[in-house]
Design a protein around this ligand. Structure first.
Ligand code: HEC
Ligand code: HEC
Length: 206
């Protein structure tokens, strides 16, 4: 009786494991086309302007891939870096978007490890007043507000996105509901405030 039970359990387990493994393998294979820019571990590559994506929420990653593919992000004439992403987002199917987003979300986030100058006290104050309600007290993101994690992103990428939002290069498309919300928020911070906010965000990953 006991032996039979064990055999059944072993078979079930093996089934589950091969199933999960096949999925991971697939995602890994597709991800190979992304790693040239985003890095093998999804750590990003500032020299190529490719942001860190490891450990970002799957719902956010999937939305961005859809938006790049559908011309909702990266279609503005001045969005040079967004444009590089478009053909790669178009290469993958909807199903692959889902599998990839889950795979990337499970990679361990790597801290950008950049030394910045700023005023932490002011940065914390500005951040909590203007960003924290949506992005979370430690820049960890919040699904309830559709707001991504910011803590693992390098300051250069963050600054570019804020500038793009402010200048109408990102978040202006009619169907970009969440981007439009963020574009509105981006106009509420001054350059000086943003410098301290980015310093606060970079400290959260340490
Ligand atoms: C040729 C280089 C390159 C390749 C290959 C590439 N990307 Fe990108 N990716 C970029 C750049 C550059 C950006 C930043 C765009 C911007 O500044 O708005 C980006 C942005 C993104 C974003 C948005 C991140 C965020 O925080 O909003 C996601 C998600 C993403 N890429 C996923 C992928 C996936 C998945 C693949 C593979 C299918 C891939 N990328 C392949 C260069 C690349
Ligand atoms: C009302 C809620 C809200 C507030 C407040 C807010 N954001 Fe956002 N933010 C969002 C949402 C939603 C997105 C996702 C946009 C999308 O899906 O393209 C976003 C996206 C971003 C991005 C793009 C991240 C990426 O990976 O490309 C940055 C950078 C950002 N926010 C920074 C900030 C900063 C800094 C503040 C404070 C000055 C702030 N946000 C305040 C809701 C908010």
């Amino acid at each position: 009786m006991r032996i039979k039970h064990w055999i059944i359990r072993a078979l079930c387990c093996a089934g589950v494991i091969t199933h999960v493994y096949a999925q991971a393998n697939d995602a890994q294979q597709i991800y190979a086309s992304c790693s040239a820019c985003h890095g093998e571990q999804g750590q990003g590559n500032p020299a190529l302007n490719a942001p860190a994506i490891a450990g970002q929420y799957d719902w956010y990653l999937k939305r961005q891939l859809q938006h790049f593919a559908n011309g909702i992000r990266g279609s503005h004439a001045e969005d040079i870096h967004g444009k590089t992403m478009v053909p790669f987002a178009k290469l993958i199917t909807n199903e692959q978007q889902q599998v990839l987003a889950v795979y990337i979300s499970q990679l361990k986030p790597v801290s950008a490890n950049v030394e910045l100058n700023g005023d932490l006290k002011n940065g914390s104050r500005y951040y909590q007043a203007k960003c924290g309600a949506c992005h979370g007290g430690k820049a960890q993101g919040n699904i309830s507000f559709n707001a991504p994690k910011l803590s693992a992103l390098d300051p250069q990428y963050l600054l570019r996105q804020m500038t793009n939002f402010k200048q109408g290069i990102r978040g202006q498309h009619q169907e970009d509901k969440w981007g439009r919300q963020m574009a509105m928020m981006s106009t509420t911070v001054s350059d000086q405030e943003l410098e301290d906010i980015l310093f606060f965000i970079s400290e959260q990953a340490k």
